[in-house]
Design a protein around this ligand. Structure first.
Ligand code: IMP
Length: 199
């Protein structure tokens, strides 16, 4: 089955392809099927925004579409940046400028607890919807470390592995990440869904 990924983020495509690669599933970017859908993420939850994105791309392409809405929730910032992670600090900032804002906001804070959240949603042309949520707990580091990944990876520290996401290989990150966990649950749902279609 082919899914169009409702995202222009090539990092997400690579992560999704790696994780779903052992199923008979192909994930392609919007640009590969000739669409460029601009979805306003007006939802207040990861679930709402994930559904908005997947539905818009399914409607624009007529193909099954998959979306991930994800973000970093910091305890001492009352869950911010949360659903606004991609826009934290305003439009036009670099990833580095955004994570530096988080470090700045946490200066002097004792509680550095945080979690990444991902909600994966698939919308099918017949109207069916599958969704799965994954979370990864961690802490915000005192300084960025590591070169891999994207977004807030250099400042998201996972105590169990004593590494930031940016210090992990793709395999290490996928095994424990919010998106990895959401996609593992999603895979189980998709397998059940596809079995149902066969009957
Ligand atoms: P979305 O693409 O609208 O879901 O925005 C998600 C934003 O959350 C991204 O732009 C990143 O800033 C952040 N984010 C989500 N997942 C990750 C991750 O795995 N590592 C680092 N940052 C992430």
């Amino acid at each position: 089955m082919k899914f169009v990924l409702a995202s222009k983020n090539p990092h997400k495509l690579v992560e999704l392809q790696r994780i779903l690669g052992d199923m008979d599933v192909e994930v392609v970017l919007e640009s590969q099927v000739g669409v460029d859908v601009d979805v306003e993420e007006t939802g207040e939850t990861f679930e709402e925004n994930s559904l908005l994105k997947a539905r818009a791309v399914m409607e624009a392409t007529g193909l099954p579409a998959i979306a991930d809405d994800s973000g970093l929730c910091v305890n001492a910032l009352a869950g911010a940046p949360g659903v606004y992670s991609a826009r934290y600090g305003g439009e036009g900032l670099s990833d580095q400028e955004r994570y530096r804002l988080v470090l700045e906001a946490l200066r002097g804070q004792m509680d550095r607890g945080a979690k990444f959240v991902s909600v994966v949603t698939a919308c099918f042309p017949g109207g069916d919807v599958l969704t799965a949520r994954g979370e990864c707990p961690g802490t915000i580091a005192y300084a960025p470390q590591g070169e891999n990944g994207f977004g807030y990876d250099p400042v998201f520290f996972v105590p169990a592995l004593r590494k930031t996401f940016a210090q992990m290989t793709a395999e290490e990150k996928n095994a424990i990440s919010h998106r990895g966990r959401a996609l593992e649950k999603f895979k189980v749902e998709l397998e059940g869904y596809l079995r149902g279609l066969d009957q």
